[in-house]
Design a binder for this molecule. Sequence first.
Ligand code: ISL
Ligand code: CA
Length: 553
Amino acid sequence: MEKKAWWKESVVYQIYPRSFADSNGDGIGDLNGITEHLDYLRDLGVDVLWLSPVYQSPNDDNGYDISDYKAIMADFGTMEDFDRLLAEAHKRGLKIVMDLVVNHTSDEHPWFVESRRSADSPYRDYYIWREGKKGGPPNNWGSFFSGPAWEYDEASGMYYLHLFSKKQPDLNWDNPKVRNEVYDMMTWWCDKGIDGFRMDVISMISKDPALPDGPVDGLYGDTGPSCCNGPHVHEYLQEMNRRVLSRYDLMTVGETGGATVEDARRYAGEDAGELNMVFHFEHVGLGGGELGKWTDRRIPLRELRAVLNRWQTGLEGTAWNSLYWDNHDQPRAVSRFGDDSPLWRERSAKMLATCLHMMKGTPYIYQGEELGMTNAYFHSIGDYRDIESINAFHELTEQGLATEEEILHYLRAMSRDNARTPMQWNRTPNAGFTTSTPWIAVNPNYLTINAADEEADPESVLHYYKKLIRLRKQYPIIVYGKFLPLLEDDDAIYAYERRLDAQRLTVACNFTRDPQPCALFGSIKGGQELISNCGSHKPGMLQPYEAVAMLHE
Ligand code: ISL
Ligand code: CA
């Protein structure tokens, strides 16, 4: 058995503060809104809260564009509010993990303001500036948020790199001064008593210094080959670990787009001296098509299982997995991988939760997932707030790559705003999120999907999540048991076994709305059903979207 660690035994809950709870009636969620709901989170049973960025920001990308790392965004409150939130969370045994966004800053960060001021500025080399080529940008790279990844600066006649929006210039990690600034800032937060970091696009901090053109995919060259898992990324993370992380008892998780199982063993290897775990994108990245992520393709279970099983077995004993279906960048899991029609929503949400929470790794719950919240299904582009969605709508229609109707259809399936509609607390207007007009529309289904009703209903998705979290605390096999795949050729059932000493845990999940024959439990004598989403399981058959976890010898 691998080393024990609190972050392996924990369940993490991600809060998107803008959409969680508005305490002062301005339509925007805030820190005091989170503090007011800490008892809800304690009762859910989670151990760690990951806060999406709460730092000062002009909000071009909802806080992922930071203009002061040591100040709180005015919309969210003050540093006193933050200190109170941290203290109140700790009082309840809840840890707080901060989002660390250091691949880029806001263009309004004083470092960039200085950097842009002149080519001789001592801050010039904090960012990635290059001369153009043949009257255009230095290379063919496209930004993740549409358009080129280079912005021309009139004053100096040079370009700066921005993998995301042009208000998110990339920091130059090859400059030791930049690294020192970041480590000092991290130390400052650690000394405040926070419990860890989720590191935004940390796999992209080291770029190939030659900055070669990328393979053209659509309108621009792909930055992945030169920017993901670049030449010095492991060196920099080891340095960060020596200088900061190793000096505190933290949980660290890196968001590592483009990372393979092999990369993950380096980032999150037990003795690699970098991070505790990473978020890979292989399962949520399945299904992309001609228009990149803009698709409505349903992912066949075989493809999904192949990816997840490869990560489960590939990291066994050497590194640690993070487990997620949902986050603030993904559509809602029940809409994408389950079935959000009224008939099957609750059962399929519970099935997905079982499938994920019984796997090996640290589970992450994204706010509202524990209620079975669904996609927003907005109808008009005016309903969207997300820079990625809005830019893609304009670029794809203007370039004639798709019609408005088509893009709107894909946005309903894939837009990040599907995850960003306000948390549904109760049946009062605006779902109890705010007393005024929310910054983004509330999903009208809050009258049937909300925390208050689910608290009162022992059969709710919420109570099912509470039970899953409790089981993790009671049965070490759920945390530390070895993962073994089962039924690898099945088109409908995702099944696996966990093993710890003489104990086994057999898990089977029906990913379809039809009953499916299943022989797994017939031969088990004296098993103990830990959880099931259809009452008690009857061997021989799995009901539509049924999930079962059975403990046995
Ligand atoms: O959301 C995406 C799907 O197209 C990704 O490209 C996403 O932008 C990528 O996963 C990086 O995400 C992180 O960094 C971004 C920020 O917009 C995301 O919210 C954040 O999770 C830039 O900071
Ligand atoms: Ca507010």
